[in-house]
Design a protein around this ligand. Structure first.
Ligand code: GLY
Length: 557
């Protein structure tokens, strides 16, 4: 016994990764599956499936529940993208991105005086209309039934876990959090720190959600909550008016589609950059045999990084709200990808400045959240939504109880100024009234023969698209299980800064050495939170994988 332990200890010491990413929690089922960051919201989704709801009912219920149970990114005051894929039929995308208010000016952030925590940083919220649009097209259960679980969580309260307690304690302790209503609503009533096992009650949010449950989405955009938001804006110097709210529309859009190794890959179209950039990258990478080289080989990783750089340069050059800017068709073609692939030097890195020399040369938030759902009939939903930064602009709308987004900071802040630190100032994503800011959100559904094979997505600002690329490649190219695909270290290059972020620096020192020899600058950072579902094309079994980098739960019928 002792000997075995010693041998095992020695083996562990010599071969185990130095600091592996947490192992995903998985569940396998023949029925419906939900995977998301917030355990009580995952339970809401499962309960809706068990009551006979379909995947859209469950996704809408999870979306509203997470507005209560995951306040750092779950929301009714923000926006997002929901991909829906009915088996055998064309997938679709419900786009509910925020818009710039009518009073917004192109140079809103140019002099640096308006910060991301200002009322002016909020775009017109889209989530309630977006979830209502998806439900009206695909939902089976009555609207009230899918919103009410969130009402109950808010009114009766729910159990705070360690991840939520930590996030709340951090944001409340930050001196930049100044909004009195935010502190009142999210502070612990006795003034002490939140801890695992406490109960959080959100009375005003419960009232707003109850109104939405009983009267529908219009009540949020034209009823009492709209008056409360206009008053909040007037008091706080913000821009959103009741007219902006009444004019807000969610859109149903055609997804961006490509093929990769016999799979069909569907992602969200502009105003997200996710579908276009992911397609461009997969189209480039299909020209190489990554699998032959191996997942942690310098060859495969060099090719992935060089591909990321090129797609992110195009993202900066061309992408924005399609209602305001013409998106070139060539970005998603196989011919264009072949040209990009031919331009990659296998022996050394291409400096980012060489890839877009005509663009004269802030950090983007990594707080958003993604959840994946499939029901017993194979209807798949992939939803990513956000307040932009964690807890948005940290303003709670007085009387309405919800947190406002600071999505206006996803527009290019300084027109004409693109910096080597990652700041982009190109025209397609500059502020204009009624325009949607460019997103990186990439909820994706991969299909095989018309049936869902992988549902995935992630938070992480500009890193989102590369997190999704890594998960999709891990499953489709490297044939990993979904648990391993989600846990595996991730890579990110966004053109500028001209450096690679790699989660596996400690686990893969040889790879890092070899990438450095090819000219790459490597830094280390945690990346993404990709709650995913894999459907075995042969058996139809579904495995949900909760990414444990933050928290999460995968549940199945
Ligand atoms: N706010 C993050 C995104 O839309 O990409």
């Amino acid at each position: 016994m002792l000997r075995t332990t010693l041998v095992c200890a020695l083996l562990l010491f010599t071969t185990a990764p130095a600091s592996a990413q947490p192992k995903a929690q998985t569940i396998t089922s023949k029925g419906g599956v939900v995977a998301c960051v917030s355990p009580p919201a995952a339970d809401v989704g499962l309960a809706v499936l068990k009551r006979g709801g379909n995947a859209v009912d469950a996704a809408v219920a999870v979306g509203f529940a997470m507005a209560v149970t995951w306040p750092e990114a779950g929301n009714i005051g923000g926006g997002g993208f929901m991909m829906v894929a009915p088996p055998g039929k064309a997938p679709t995308c419900f786009e509910y991105r925020e818009t710039a208010p009518a009073a917004a000016k192109v140079d809103l952030f140019a002099d640096g005086k308006v910060t991301s925590l200002n009322h002016k940083a909020a775009g017109v919220p889209g989530t309630v209309r977006g979830l209502a649009l998806a439900h009206s097209k695909y939902g089976k259960l009555p609207w009230k039934d899918v919103v009410t679980p969130a009402v109950e969580l808010a009114e009766k309260g729910f159990t705070v876990n360690a991840a939520l307690a930590g996030g709340l304690n951090r944001v409340l302790a930050d001196p930049k959090t100044t909004n009195a209503e935010f502190k009142r609503v999210y502070g612990k009533p006795d003034g002490t720190k939140w801890k695992d096992g406490d109960t959080l009650v959100l009375t005003d949010l419960g009232l707003t959600l109850r109104l939405v449950a009983e009267k529908g989405a219009d009540a949020f955009y034209t009823g009492a909550p709209a008056e409360l938001l206009e008053k909040e804006m007037k008091d706080g110097g913000g821009l959103i008016t009741r007219a902006d709210l009444a004019a807000y529309k969610a859109n149903e859009r055609t997804p961006i589609h490509t093929t990769f190794r016999g799979f069909d890959v569907y992602g969200p179209p502009p105003p997200s950059s996710g579908g276009v950039a992911l397609t461009e990258m997969l189209n480039v990478l299909e020209n190489f045999d990554l699998k032959k080289h191996g997942r942690w080989s310098p060859e495969a990783n060099h090719l992935m990084i060089e591909t990321m750089k090129r797609a992110y340069a195009d993202r900066a050059r061309y992408l924005g709200d399609p209602g305001f800017t013409k998106i070139p068709d060539h970005l998603t073609t196989k011919e264009y990808a072949k040209k990009l692939a031919a331009g990659i030097d296998l022996k050394k890195t291409t400096p980012s400045a060489e890839l877009a020399p005509e663009i004269a040369i802030d950090k983007e938030s990594d707080s958003t959240t993604h959840f994946s759902v499939i029901d017993r009939d194979g209807l798949a939903v992939s939803n990513t939504y956000t307040l932009e930064n964690s807890y948005g602009n940290r303003v709670v709308v007085r009387g309405a109880g919800y947190i406002l987004n600071n999505e206006m900071t996803d527009f290019n802040p300084r027109p004409g100024f693109t910096g080597s630190n990652g700041m982009i100032g190109t025209r397609p994503n500059q502020i204009a009234p009624g325009k949607r800011m460019l997103s990186s959100m990439t909820p994706v559904i991969v299909r095989k023969d018309g049936k869902a094979a992988l549902v995935t997505g992630s938070p992480g600002g500009r890193t989102i698209i590369n997190t999704v690329l890594c998960v999709v490649l891990n499953v489709t190219e490297f044939e990993m299980s979904v648990g391993d695909a989600v846990s595996a270290p991730r890579t990110h290059h966004q053109w500028f800064p001209d450096a690679v972020r790699f989660e596996g620096v400690k686990q893969h020192p040889e790879l890092v050495k070899e990438l450095k020899a090819l000219g790459h600058t490597i830094t280390e950072a945690r990346q993404g939170d990709a709650h995913s579902i894999r459907i075995d094309p042969k058996t139809g079994e579904r495995t949900g994988a909760a990414d444990k980098r933050l928290d999460g739960k995968a549940v199945g019928e």
